[in-house]
Design a protein around this ligand. Structure first.
Ligand code: 6R9
Length: 627
């Protein structure tokens, strides 16, 4: 985009927001075009968020049917499995047919508009078809990342009241088999409401089937009709629920609706990636995360841009996997996470430079702040110094990108997400919620106005939605991120200021890990904080106090890790568990995490004022025990 084009977009929004947002909605095919764009208020007494409310559309039709007349036989997605070179391309016609078959199977099993369906799947083309099938019949999909434990799956099944789960026999990643179906069986034992489990064959492993409940996709696929009408959906009908960690309690079911989400994904995909006819887009994110929803699946499909579904890991079979795959497939845009870049940077330049990478025209990152060193390596080595990088800041809650440099229009700065997209209104506030004006300042990042892709509610708990995001600073959406605005007015996200830890781009709530640890019978108390980590960005550091008379041991450590694996999943296992004779508490009994954070960070000379602690001696013990 040129600077003038970007200025024109900002100007169009400023002069008539309603007209601007209605214009953005024209990127989609509507059964009934909305007469009004945004209708919202962040004020407590009039709180509501609605976009395009009288519009009617179907997202699956927008992703598939509208491409059929001109390009039925063109590639919609490229499946790139764990083993390099064993994948295949799937055309729009094929994806449409499989989506319809899936939709018809779901209907046969009693799924209709508004019903929730849990997906626990590898990155296979059938996963795309299953998501699109839900969207086609108006069912609400909730994808659960395959790294979560049976207990986590059960919690989500119960929270959203799903009666159908779609899974695969096994996953296969980095050469390792992941027992997806066995995990679903265990989840169903814990959450007994599931009536149907649809099982897709990925590895062909011999998995037990429960008669009456389990359905093998391949047994039915060929008898199911390859067409199915797309249900006309109200713009504000829910499209999906995605569970994500917050500061407190259980993961929240973030709800996105149809018209606003689709508009925002279509608009941001166009602005950020400027799709071209010959693009092959590769977003490495798993569909279990929001990035996988918005930019592995929906964004490219809405634009008719072929998208790579990668069911592997960047370091398997070796550290050149991404670059070898880019050359083999002819990838033009790579969108990945800082944690992957750091891991590959550690392997040196050789695995990169032995591949051409000359098909690439744009690089992107998402998920966590990128350190300038990793940015430079991505730019200089991966991009040969010739490719722009879009450092896109956004959240599960925001549906799509909110801040990023735009190639051609914004100058890049290593480590900065730079500027908000058109229609996005960030401000920085201090702890009391007063705006911090001017440049060269830091504060908590809030947004003053709504945008179409904003989440609408927490599933089943609208009050929690309001309390979590709009109460800290009344009248503002609080992102949970800290941020600096530099002397030029560019934004630098400095990371979470709430009790969320970002481990390799995965959001993990400290409260969830703490409650997993205290589930162990010998644990009296646990406190979890973030510590900086070279590869993961942040790592989990846990302080655990055992019951009186118990001694910490390697055996207990193993058991504690097993608790976390059981209650959440391996991705939340702490980097470090430190046995602590006591935790630093105020006289009123509050754990002072500030002190624990400094200990975990190793900043032992910056512990600050410890005089208000009930027992200041605890700190010395913790410092000594840090080792
Ligand atoms: C899309 C996604 C959201 C949190 C967010 C922030 C961090 C994401 C970032 C970034 C700095 C970027 N984050 N992108 N921080 N620069 N480009 O990641 O959603 O999983 O909900 O995480 O990730 O802290 O608040 P989600």
């Amino acid at each position: 985009m040129t600077p003038a084009e970007l200025a024109a977009l900002h100007e169009a929004h400023a002069s008539d927001p309603q007209a601007f947002w209605l214009d953005q909605a024209r990127r989609l095919d509507w059964d009934r075009f909305p007469t009004r764009a945004g209708d919202w208020s962040f004020d407590a007494d009039a709180f509501h968020i609605k976009w395009y409310e009288d519009g009617v559309l179907n997202l699956s039709a927008n992703c598939l049917d509208r491409h059929l007349p001109a390009k039925a036989d063109d590639t919609a997605l490229v499946f790139e499995p764990d083993a390099p070179g064993t994948g295949r391309a799937v055309t729009y016609a094929e994806l449409h047919a499989d989506t319809c078959r899936f939709a018809n199977l779901l209907k046969e099993r009693g799924v209709g508009k508004g019903d929730r369906v849990i997906l626990y799947l590898p990155m296979i083309p059938e996963a795309a078809a299953a998501m699109l099938a839900c969207a086609r019949i108006g069912a609400v999909h909730s994808v659960v990342f395959g790294g979560f434990s049976p207990e986590s799956v059960a919690g989500r099944i119960e929270d959203c009241g799903a009666r159908v789960v779609i899974t695969a026999d096994e996953g296969l990643r980095g050469g390792k088999h992941i027992p997806l179906k066995a995990n679903v069986d265990a989840a169903c034992d814990l959450a007994p409401g599931v009536e149907t489990v649809i099982v897709i064959t990925r590895t062909g492993a011999d998995v037990p089937f429960v008669r009456g409940r389990d359905v093998r996709w391949e047994d039915h696929k060929h008898r199911l009709a390859a067409d199915c009408p797309a249900e006309p959906m109200g713009a504000e009908d829910p499209l999906f629920i995605l569970y994500t960690s917050g500061s407190t309690g259980k993961p929240k079911g973030v709800v996105h609706t149809t018209g606003g989400y689709a508009t925002w994904v279509a608009a941001t995909f166009a602005w950020v990636f400027e799709p071209r006819a010959d693009d092959l887009f590769w977003c490495t994110a798993d569909i279990g995360w929001v990035t996988g929803h918005s930019y592995t699946l929906y964004g490219p499909l809405l634009h008719g841009v072929p998208t790579v579904m990668f069911d592997g890991v960047p370091t398997f079979p070796d550290a050149s996997r991404l670059w070898e795959t880019i050359d083999r497939l002819g990838v033009t845009i790579l969108y990945t996470a800082p944690t992957a870049i750091r891991a590959l940077m550690r392997e040196g330049d050789a695995p990169v430079v032995k591949h051409r990478r000359d098909s690439l025209r744009l690089l992107g990152t998402v998920g966590e702040p990128i350190n300038p060193e990793a940015w430079r390596w991505y730019h200089d080595v991966v991009g040969d110094g010739r490719l722009p990088i879009v450092d896109t800041w956004w959240q599960t809650e925001t549906g799509g990108v909110l801040m990023t440099p735009l190639p051609g229009a914004t100058s890049m700065k290593p480590g900065s997400a730079t500027r908000p997209l058109p229609g996005i209104a960030p401000i920085l506030v201090d702890a009391e919620g007063h705006e911090i004006p001017g440049n060269d300042v830091s504060g908590n990042l809030c947004l003053t106005s709504s945008w179409p892709g904003q989440m609408r509610t927490v599933w089943g708990d609208h009050q929690r939605f309001i309390d979590t995001y709009f109460r800290t600073y009344p009248g503002l959406y609080f992102t949970g991120d800290g941020c600096r605005r530099d002397a030029d007015g560019d934004y630098w996200i400095t990371g979470r200021v709430d009790d969320v830890i970002n481990v390799s781009g995965h959001r993990i709530g400290t409260a969830e890990v703490e409650s997993a640890l205290v589930a162990h019978p010998l644990v009296a108390e646990a406190a979890v904080v973030a510590a900086p980590h070279d590869l993961k960005g942040q790592a989990i550091h846990a302080f655990v106090t055992l019951n009186a008379g118990e001694e910490g041991s390697p055996a207990i450590l193993t058991e504690l890790n097993a608790e976390v694996r059981k209650h959440i999943g391996a991705l939340a296992i702490p980097e470090r568990i430190q046995f602590a004779p006591g935790l630093p508490k105020t006289r009123s009994g509050k754990i002072m995490r500030r002190i624990l954070r400094k200990i975990a960070e190793g900043q032992l000379d910056q512990l600050g004022d410890t005089s208000t602690l009930a027992d200041p001696g605890v700190v010395d013990q913790l410092v000594a025990g840090r080792g």
